[in-house]
Design a protein. Structure first.
Ligand SMILES: Cc1cc2nc3c(=O)[nH]c(=O)nc-3n(C[C@H](O)[C@H](O)[C@H](O)COP(=O)(O)O)c2cc1C
Length: 363
């Protein structure tokens, strides 16, 4: 087994360990900031639960539901079954699904099947290809072709790479490479973080480069600094680096507040419940991404566990939407949101108009 293939297996094992920790994302204290984000109860919703329209779109691609199974795996024979299970669930529930970074599949055609299985199981679904932001246009084309993808995710993960013994150390030229791919690729590109958060400054630069979809993927969910420190055998981790990043609610609120025209936002990183997905939509996301919690259920209870978890999340999202009086994702963007505590303070200092968000009155 190559070092890269071993890494794929280590990531799955350690992500599950992380999620099982008492303070981990699965334990009800995500640290993504959702506890500071409050939706306002609407006592007279003129809506029926069945009527709530969950459809949305990202960069012009229509999604039946505003929930994406986010990028996780592929690249080793041992993870093909995970992708097969997740693709089956995505097909059943009509969810978009991203594959994990395809660099391994491009370098070693022997493991390409671990990604292709996602398209085979779900021939009509929305699938996102995934590569690092150092990818070339040729690699981007090949990754899209491998899974017949509808969109391509390019991930940014400098904090993770720097904690990896074998990781990248030179991050120059990424913006230019992204801009070229955005310009030339036949499918839309989503630039995503990996649990460290996109700040408004980075969002502005990406938008200027032509990017029209960003997954802010903030801190508070699966923590790849923690995972890489465990892989590297670090015993006394620097807590400031191991908890590096912008909490998801903060990242989303500050990027949304800039109001960049034509930019579609996805929120991921520590989204575990339907009510949190609803809060993310209210803060301006058009969809949310969920990764680790789905993997955890798949590893413990197979496809059935992942399906039951996501079905509940969608049902709870629908409930939260009705309770705010919003019948659609677009209406969620207009409901009042009250942001308090650390997240409120962060937002205030970073220029978010908290009173305007709290004062919105039209679902
Ligand atoms: C096992 C595992 C592998 C991951 N691999 C990738 C990857 O290859 N590419 C990527 O963009 N993100 C990857 N991620 C990051 C997720 O897509 C997501 O941004 C992050 O886990 C935060 O979301 P969560 O809290 O819902 O897990 C991976 C996550 C997990 C749990």
């Amino acid at each position: 087994m190559t070092e890269r293939q071993q890494r794929k297996l280590d990531h799955v094992r350690l992500a599950v360990d992380w999620l099982g920790l008492p303070s981990g994302a699965a334990a009800g204290r995500s640290g993504a900031g959702w506890e500071d984000v409050h939706l306002v109860n609407h006592s007279l919703p003129e809506l029926s639960l069945e009527e709530i329209d969950l459809s949305t779109s990202i960069a012009g691609v229509s999604l039946g539901q505003p929930v994406v199974i986010n990028a996780m795996t592929g690249g080793a024979a041992g993870v093909t079954a995970i992708n097969r299970d997740l693709a089956e669930v995505a097909a059943d529930l009509g969810l978009a699904m991203a594959v994990g970074s395809q660099t391994a599949g491009l370098r070693d055609p022997g493991v390409a099947e671990s990604y292709r299985v996602v398209r085979k199981v779900n021939p009509k679904g929305i699938i996102l290809a995934n590569l690092g932001s150092d990818a070339t246009l040729e690699q981007a084309r090949a990754a899209v072709e491998m899974v017949e993808a509808d969109l391509l995710q390019l991930h940014l993960n400098a904090p993770q790479e720097l904690r990896m013994t074998e990781g990248d150390r030179d991050f120059r030229g990424r913006l230019e490479a992204i801009a070229r791919i955005v310009d030339e690729l036949p499918v839309p590109v989503v630039v995503k973080e990996c649990g460290f958060g996109v700040a408004r400054e980075a969002a502005v630069i990406l938008h200027e480069a032509g990017v029209r979809a960003i997954d802010v993927s903030g801190r508070g969910g699966t923590n790849f600094a923690w995972i890489e420190d465990r892989r590297a055998g670090v015993t006394e981790a620097d807590p400031g680096l191991e908890n590096w990043g912008i909490p998801t609610a903060c990242a989303l609120a500050e990027v949304a507040a800039v109001g960049l025209p034509g930019l579609d936002l996805i929120a991921s990183g520590g989204i575990r419940y339907g009510s949190e997905a609803a809060k993310a939509l209210a803060l301006g996301a058009r969809a949310v991404g969920v990764a680790g919690p789905v993997l955890l259920r798949q590893q413990r209870e197979g496809a059935e566990g992942a399906r039951a978890y996501l079905r509940q999340l969608l049902a709870d999202l629908r409930t939260a939407m009705l309770l705010t009086g919003a019948g659609s994702v677009a209406a969620m963007h207009r409901v009042p949101v009250v942001i308090t505590g650390f997240t409120g303070e962060w937002c205030r200092l970073r220029g978010v108009d908290l009173a305007a968000l709290a004062g919105r009155s039209e679902p």
